[in-house]
Design a protein around this ligand. Structure first.
Ligand SMILES: [Zn+2]
Length: 189
C-alpha cells in the first residue's frame, strides 16, 4: 500500500498498532489504520436433473478451463445475490439458490470460497462475456483434468459423493499450499 485512501498521504508506516497483534499500514498524517482482510468468492453449483452446469473461462487466470459460476462478492451485496449475479453474468442462467454447501478458506491468497447448491429454473442459458462455452455435464463427463481451481474440483467431488450417499451436508475446509521441500529432501529426489 503506497498512499492513504483517506487523506492521500504517502509514506505509510507498516507497524503493529497499540493493542493489535499484526502489522498494519498506518497513515502518518491522519492516523487511519488500513486493515486488509480476505475477499469472499460467492458462487453456486447449478443442477438440472442429474447434470451440473459448468462454464469454460474466457478470462485469465485459467483461460479455457472449466469452472462453476462464482466471483468476488461486491460491497453492499448479500452472498445469495452475489451468487445469482455471477450465474447470470457468466452463464446467462437463472437458478434457485439452495443450501450453503462448501466453505473453503485459501489463507495463502486471502480468499474464502462460499458455494451454494442450486437448481436451474430453465435450460435457456449461454456464455456471458467471461465464458467461452457453458454446458451441462453428467458425472461421467466432468473434465476433472481441465477444472480451473481446486476449490471447484473439491466442491464437485463432495457433491457427487454426497449424492451417492443420499444426503448433503455443509463442508467446511481449507486448501493450503504445501510448504517447499527442504533442500536435502529435494536432492534426495
Ligand atoms: Zn491519511
Amino acid at each position: 500500500m503506497n498512499f492513504c485512501s483517506h487523506c492521500g498521504a504517502g509514506d505509510l508506516d507498516l507497524r503493529i498498532p497499540e493493542g493489535d497483534t499484526l502489522p498494519r499500514f498506518v497513515c502518518p498524517r491522519c492516523a487511519t489504520i488500513h486493515y486488509q482482510n480476505p475477499k469472499i468468492v460467492t458462487g453456486c453449483l447449478p443442477v438440472w436433473e442429474d447434470r451440473i452446469l459448468l462454464c469454460r473461462r474466457a478470462i485469465e487466470p485459467r483461460y479455457g478451463l472449466w469452472t462453476l459460476p462464482a466471483g468476488f462478492l461486491e460491497n453492499a451485496e448479500t452472498l445469495v445475490d452475489g451468487a445469482l449475479r455471477e450465474t447470470q453474468e457468466e452463464a446467462h442462467a437463472r437458478v434457485d439458490i439452495g443450501e450453503l454447501y462448501t466453505v473453503i478458506s485459501l489463507p495463502q491468497i486471502n480468499q474464502v470460497y462460499m458455494m451454494f447448491r442450486s437448481r436451474l429454473t430453465d435450460v435457456d442459458f449461454g456464455p456471458g462475456t467471461e465464458s467461452l462455452e457453458v454446458r451441462l455435464f453428467d458425472e461421467s463427463e466432468i473434465p476433472w483434468e481441465q477444472l480451473a481451481f481446486r476449490t471447484i474440483a473439491r466442491t464437485l467431488r463432495n457433491f457427487f459423493l454426497d449424492r451417492r450417499l443420499g444426503r448433503f451436508s455443509l463442508h467446511v475446509s481449507s486448501i493450503e499450499r504445501r510448504a517447499p521441500l527442504p533442500p536435502d529432501l529435494l536432492a534426495a529426489g
